[in-house]
Design a protein around this ligand. Structure first.
Ligand code: GAR
Length: 191
């Protein structure tokens, strides 16, 4: 059984879809939610789904506490789902090609530092783009630059605001992230 941890900072709608998808899966399980914001929606979602939730601070992240927790829990695959901090290099190196992220744009466009959530959608709208989408990629030591595994597009429609575009993007994320994670996890051949 592949053991996965989800790192999330926010509402956790993607984490929810992943927990549901793998709740009775024969090959992979969400063994842990890890969150850096005590009041984040994802904490309640983990509780409701009966998945252990580990809370940590920025200082603990830098001091290696999260890395020790993930290693102690026997995590094979780390899934970022709306996690907004840059991870320490040591942590990224501890799961080489075993860490996935989802980004709400068609990378390499609208990625990098400060590009998260509605900031991305506002930048897409300000640039007058006719389409946007999602990117699922491997995580390396630089923001949003790991190998792309999957992209899907959606239109940007006249009159869209960031909220409308975010809704369309979230629908794509919810449809594809669990499937792509599953395909990747089952290809690992560990556990
Ligand atoms: C998602 O749209 C995800 O792509 C984005 O944060 C949102 C989290 O939503 N991630 C980034 O912007 C990372 N740079 P959720 O908490 O409802 O899953």
């Amino acid at each position: 059984m592949i053991r996965m941890a989800i790192l999330a900072s926010g509402s956790g709608s993607n984490a929810q879809k992943l927990m549901e998808h793998f709740s009775s899966h024969p090959g992979a399980e969400v063994a842990l939610i890890a969150c850096d914001r005590p009041g984040a929606g994802v904490v309640q979602r983990a509780w409701d789904m009966g998945v252990p939730c580990f809370l940590f601070s920025g200082a603990e992240l830098r001091e290696g506490t999260l890395q020790r927790e993930l290693a102690g829990a026997g995590i094979d695959l780390v899934i970022l789902a709306g996690f907004l901090r840059l991870l320490p290099v040591d942590l990224v190196r501890a799961w080489p090609d075993r860490m996935l992220n989802i980004h709400p744009s068609l990378l390499p466009k609208y990625g990098g530092k400060g590009m998260y959530g509605n900031h991305v959608h506002e930048a897409v709208l300000a640039a007058g783009e006719k389409e946007s989408g999602i990117t699922i990629h491997l995580v390396n030591e630089r923001y949003d630059e790991g190998r792309v595994l999957f992209q899907a597009k959606c239109p940007v429609l006249p009159g869209d605001d960031a909220g409308a575009l975010a809704g369309r993007i979230h629908a794509l994320e919810h449809a594809y992230y669990p499937r792509i994670v599953e395909e990747f996890a089952l290809g690992l051949g560990v556990g």
